[in-house]
Design a protein around this ligand. Structure first.
Ligand SMILES: C/C=C/C(=O)SCCNC(=O)CCNC(=O)[C@H](O)C(C)(C)COP(=O)(O)OP(=O)(O)OC[C@H]1O[C@@H](n2cnc3c(N)ncnc32)[C@H](O)[C@@H]1OP(=O)(O)O
Length: 246
């Protein structure tokens, strides 16, 4: 069975992580599929918005840590990098529904979403520092912009997890929804946006991001640092520790 499930309904493309035995950790194949579904949907006239979700108990535990050990060179063709730049370039709105862990890129991808809903079980974390890594997805620019420097520094320099309540206070998510209503609620928000005039929706999204070119450059700088960190002995030891402790 595919590790990414996709379903188009009423103008919304639902993209779902489906690798529960590994807490939806995203491997290279999953990045490739995510990117392909997003790119196709962005130019498909039948699609007006995307909904990104995981399972009832898990959004995603972030990048597959075994892949960090096996494929440490994050060049422009790396599937994770293609996915991140695809998020940056998306013209159509991206809505996320978060339950359970949303770790690493599971949190940073939310900074590229237009609306984010979570249930009370959602747990967010930017654990890069604990892995001897730096942030990615432009989080080192977007997070201070969103939550202020000192809060961003707290989240990125301690790597501590934070709750749905905290995430709402930080304005990382729009709202907390009852767990059994999360998908339906988020889907209805996506359908509502998909029903609006598409050119105006896309122009509105673009106009709200006048810093996009700057962010693109910043993401490239981040990735240069990230790649260097990824092959350091310190980082590789931490990846091995995580995988061996299981
Ligand atoms: C460019 C992108 C960068 C990033 O995304 S950096 C962030 C990378 N992610 C992380 O550092 C999170 C790693 N995972 C965890 O810390 C823990 O998991 C959780 C706190 C999320 C949950 O802990 P618990 O409930 O105890 O579950 P469990 O036993 O650790 O995980 C269940 C199975 O899922 C696998 N798994 C979890 N996360 C990952 C991952 N990120 N990469 C690869 N595998 C992962 C485990 O190994 C295990 O598998 P098995 O049952 O076969 O032992």
């Amino acid at each position: 069975m595919s590790m990414i499930k996709v379903n188009d309904t009423d103008g919304v493309r639902i993209i779902q992580f489906n690798r529960l035995d590994k807490l939806n950790a995203i491997n290279l194949e999953m990045y490739r599929e995510l990117t392909a579904y997003l790119i196709e949907g962005d130019s498909n006239n039948d699609i007006g918005a995307f909904l990104l979700c995981g399972d009832k108990h898990c959004f995603t535990a972030g990048n597959d840590i075994a892949d960090f050990l096996n494929v440490p060179n994050l060049d422009a063709e790396h599937p994770a990098i293609e996915f991140l730049f695809c998020l940056l370039g998306l013209k159509k709105p991206l809505i996320a529904a978060v339950s359970g862990p949303a770790i690493g890129i599971g949190t940073t991808m939310l900074l590229h979403c237009d609306l984010v809903y979570a249930d009370a079980s959602a747990q967010f974390q930017l654990p890069f520092i604990n892995l001897a890594l730096v942030p990615e997805a432009g989080a080192s620019m977007l997070l201070p912009q969103l939550v202020g420097y000192t809060r961003a520094a707290e989240l990125l320099l301690t790597g501590e997890p934070f709750s749905a309540m905290q995430a709402r206070g930080y304005r990382l998510i729009n709202d907390i929804v009852e767990d059994d209503e999360l998908i339906e609620f988020s889907l209805n928000r996506a359908k509502l946006i998909a029903s609006k005039p598409s050119a105006a929706v896309q122009q509105t999204k673009a106009l709200m991001k006048p810093w996009k070119n700057h962010l693109k450059q910043h993401m490239q700088q981040e990735l240069d640092c990230f790649t260097k960190c990824l092959s350091s002995d310190e980082a590789r030891q931490r990846f091995q520790q995580f995988l061996l402790h299981k």
